[in-house]
Design a protein around this ligand. Structure first.
Ligand code: SF4
Length: 235
């Protein structure tokens, strides 16, 4: 497949304001309908956050069929699994895209400033450096973003809307798969022969950094032994 050269993200042309009346809630639309709406109203100032978990694979496959020049970004913490880096490359090759990368300071610099293995001593601080700050930088460049959150992933995600104003980052956020089940995701991946992270087949329902991810159902394998349940990028 031909690779699409990325043009710079254009400057904002109109003021983006959070009035509820500005956009419908999209609850009646299916995932395809949400993606079409977001492309129509926001592309190219629209980003998809890509974690290289199975939901990202679904969104990528659907979205490039609607808009081949769709923009994807990832937060490279430098401590992702080899399988995650591998499927990242596989997806880029399959869809002819380049996933844009945002990242914090190097692991070496983090250790020099904050001490070794910050993820063990203060995971909130580590996520702040490696995920939250790069995320803020990425989202400052666009008017809307999309994620693969699903309501059945955890109690904290049970009320995830399909489209809402993201107060924390000051832009619109869509979750096209909000009402999808685990089975819906797998059915889509197999029916469309979409590449996905093989760690899912080894008991990892949720996949993050190597230091903070264990096999487990739903999000049980994230930050095991700690009260922490989210990295802070979803508000
Ligand atoms: S998930 Fe763990 S290693 Fe990754 S940024 Fe957060 S605390 Fe650091």
């Amino acid at each position: 497949m031909q690779t699409h050269t990325k043009a710079p993200i254009p400057e904002q042309q109109v003021e983006v304001r959070p009035e509820a009346s500005q956009h419908p809630d999209l609850e009646e639309r299916d995932a395809q309908g949400v993606l079409e709406y977001m492309v129509e109203h926001f592309h190219p100032r629209l980003y998809v956050a890509c974690s290289f978990q199975k939901e990202a694979s679904v969104i990528m496959d659907m979205l490039v069929k609607i808009e081949p020049a769709a923009r994807f970004f990832t937060l490279d913490t430098h401590v992702l699994f080899p399988e995650t880096y591998a499927v990242w490359k596989q997806l880029e090759d399959r869809y002819g895209i380049t996933v844009e990368v945002y990242q914090g300071i190097s692991i070496q610099r983090q250790a020099a400033v904050h001490g070794d293995e910050l993820w063990n001593r203060d995971p909130d601080a580590c996520c702040g450096i490696r995920k939250v700050a790069p995320m803020d930088e990425a989202l400052s460049k666009v008017d809307a973003w999309m994620s693969g959150l699903r309501r059945d992933q955890s109690p904290t995600r049970a009320n995830t809307p399909k489209l809402a104003w993201d107060d924390k980052h000051g832009l619109w956020k869509a979750n096209p798969l909000a009402d999808w089940s685990e089975k819906d995701v797998w059915t889509y991946l197999f029916e469309n022969d979409v590449p996905y992270n093989p760690l899912h087949d080894r008991g990892y329902d949720s996949i993050g950094c190597t230091h903070c991810t264990r096999p487990g159902a739903a999000r049980e394998g994230r930050w095991t032994g700690d009260d922490k349940t989210e990295c802070g990028i979803h508000g």
